[in-house]
Design a protein around this ligand. Sequence first.
Ligand code: UD1
Length: 458
Amino acid sequence: MLNIPSNLLNRLKNHRQDHILEGWDKLTAKERQEFADQLARIDFGELETLFSHRLEPEYVLPSRDRIQPIPVAAPDATPSERATGEEAFRRGEIAGLVVAGGQGSRLGFDKPKGMFPIGPVSGVSLFQIHAEKLLGLSRRYSKPIPFLVMTSPATDADTRAYFAEQRFFGLNPADVIFFQQGTMPAVCASTGRLLLEKPGQLFLSPNGHGGTLTALAESGVLKELRSRGIKHIYYFQVDNPLVKLCDPGFIGRHVGGKSEASSKVVFKEKPEEKVGVLAVLDGKCGIIEYTFLPKEMAGERQADGTLRYRAGNPAIHLFSVEFLERVTSAEGLPYHVAHKAVTHFDPISQVVVTPAGNPNALKFERFIFDALPLAERWLAVETSRDEEFSPVKNATGSDSPATSKAAQIALHTRWLARAGVSTHGHPLEISPLFALDEDELKAKIPKGLTIAGPTYLR
Ligand code: UD1
């Protein structure tokens, strides 16, 4: 092998990863440079530690006496709590953050998931709905609300191009801040050796939405937010068009209670629902992911028939900037190991290897909710699924475009009905720029409005 910088070769040899350099001679000078840069960013010590723990159970639930159901505050905020939240908006202390590193592959959509058309009448995208909510709020409170968009290498270029093409949906481009989450290399499940996607390119995957925190700090965005006077970040997932963005009541309770991390909760009705569950673990707020919640715990019921562990996680959190600064200056969140089947390029035999279905690789991801137990003061607030949670995850069945569109129509139809107007069964969609909530709708309904067909109020 020619022209391999000796420090790179030695480093790889020391970590028994020099197999990756087979075929180096066939790369162009540019490809070699890019490959060397990729390798320079790998923390081999960390990978070795993760690999050495690969056979340990991925998650160990504390013993049952150390787990309690989480106390959940009722959904309605008091007028004074709402006023506190509104004051925070007026002082320009709030930013919204969407995690949008995922692609729409489960939906059969080959673009960033945020570009998926989800408006039931308008066909507008998830990104447009979220952006319009922030624009509506910034108009309401006469203050910019920075929109932080976390992308991944797979979604970054398309997402930026889409926002530009859509003229940032009316937002000031200076208030839309893109930052990219990090990646982790996938390794062979039996040897821990690095895998290649193609010659001269490591197999890298996004490091999970927990990567948001390190990415916020490393990209300088957290510092910029601090200099803009932002004190609280409203975190949500791109897949949920119903999210009540920057809900003043929720913000008021978070601010008034001096909470560092506050979370919305949707009550689970069925044990098998695929949402994580908030609980008190060793006296701290935490989330037991649905894949780790033992069946008997998931099915346990209280005297009134409700599930004992029912505080479902719609992935809506409010973090104080101070808390995020503290968390990101300490050791990073733990990695979770996923065993996956990965088609890769084998540098030794120089052929593409397609596994026969069994997982042949390990991928490493961080989860945002591993930050929750680090909060000294936290809060969980109930919200209603009908009003705030209808994610788009699957092409058909539950949590699909069909269920999510139906939930949007049902919500907007209820708002209009309470304002005294019937939709006569026609699909109705309300743009956040027309009304952000029921009260705004009531104030804005044109006199004599009749709904005679599918309607998009904008
Ligand atoms: C997630 C939560 C679950 C919660 C549910 C609510 C996890 C592990 N679990 O489950 O507790 O009840 O949502 O809908 O997250 N994303 C990135 N980068 C990544 C990985 C994901 O930006 O590296 C984003 C995706 O774009 C998406 C969101 O995170 O917006 C959720 O990811 P997804 O894999 O769909 O999570 P779920 O398994 O549905």
